[in-house]
Design a protein around this ligand. Structure first.
Ligand SMILES: [Mg+2]
Length: 303
């Protein structure tokens, strides 16, 4: 079945969402034996679908719904879609703070108040705004500055802390750059992608992690996870640099990116969602195993 022609922007956002949803579902499924994830992915010994996704994809769907409706991140619309999807399916593994915030929004509290008051007024620096943002980078892939400013807007709805915002900007920038550099030689891509991501990420811990990541060219997955963090703390600084490293080391290898992201242990579904959302924009839908596309849970945008 075919669907009506979509804008190039929306097509890219949906491609990124595909990668994100598959990473999320595989990360969730393989997290308990993450040390075996690489072998299971290599042998393709995962069960038949549907592979159910978690909160990462639920929130990313809300992001894409907002992009489709408003052609950008309208924050009120995004908060509405977040809350509505949470209300319809609250048991998708949402973090405690996000549950509290979305419940407040459902009760009528303005999202800005709920977001600003998180963690005693510091705002959240969790990885929740980075895990869902790659489609924003896809949508605005031909305009890196816009991708970053829209990523900031999307983060603020739930994650107001500067590090939470920086994490979202970094992932969106990496996603946009994965698309922009998709026809370049690999050695050159590494440098160009990291340079752009580091330059557009606001200074702080996330940016310092990215600066560390760019030096880890030949490192093993274990060494990179140890040096950068693997999301076990579920903060943006502890997740985003490793996820970008997994993506940047596998820009032409979607299964390899997902495998690396999960093999780091830690917050497997979220790291793999971020890496998958980035690398999908580099390899295209042809670069994602057909069986994986068929096995993932259906999305509202499917034809
Ligand atoms: Mg999750």
């Amino acid at each position: 079945m075919s669907r009506p022609a979509l804008s190039a922007e929306l097509e890219r956002a949906l491609l990124s969402l595909d990668g994100l949803a598959i990473g999320d579902a595989l990360g969730e499924m393989l997290a308990y034996r993450y040390d075996e994830a690489a072998k299971r992915i290599q042998d393709d010994s995962m069960p038949a679908g549907p592979w159910f996704h978690t909160d990462d994809t639920e929130m990313a769907i809300a992001v894409v719904e907002t992009l489709r409706l408003a052609r950008g991140i309208d924050q009120d619309t995004l908060a509405f879609y977040f809350a509505r999807r949470f209300d319809a399916a609250p048991d998708r593994g949402y973090g405690k703070m996000t549950r509290m915030q979305l419940r407040s929004v459902l009760e009528g509290k303005p999202w800005r108040v709920a977001s600003a008051s998180a963690f005693s007024g510091r705002g959240s620096m969790g990885n929740g705004s980075a895990m869902r943002v790659a489609p924003v980078g896809g949508y605005f892939a031909d305009n890196l500055l816009r991708a970053c400013s829209e990523a900031r807007l999307s983060s603020e709805v739930t994650h107001m802390h500067p590090e939470g915002i920086a994490g979202a900007i970094a992932v969106a920038a990496a996603a946009a750059m994965a698309w922009q550099t998709r026809e370049m030689e690999s050695a050159e891509r590494w440098r160009i992608l990291f340079e752009a991501v580091i330059n557009h990420t606001p200074p702080g811990e996330v940016q310092r992690g990215l600066e560390k990541a760019v030096g880890l060219t030949g490192a093993s997955i274990e060494d990179a996870a140890r040096a950068l963090g693997n999301g076990a703390l579920v903060t943006a600084p502890d997740s985003v640099p490793f996820a970008v490293w997994c993506a940047a080391t596998h820009l032409q290898d979607f299964p390899g990116a997902i495998s690396a992201a999960i093999s780091g242990g830690g917050d497997c579904d979220t790291i793999a969602a971020m890496a998958g959302g980035i690398v999908a924009l580099s390899v295209g839908r042809e670069g994602i195993p057909v069986r994986w596309l068929q096995a993932r849970e259906r999305l509202p945008f499917d034809p």
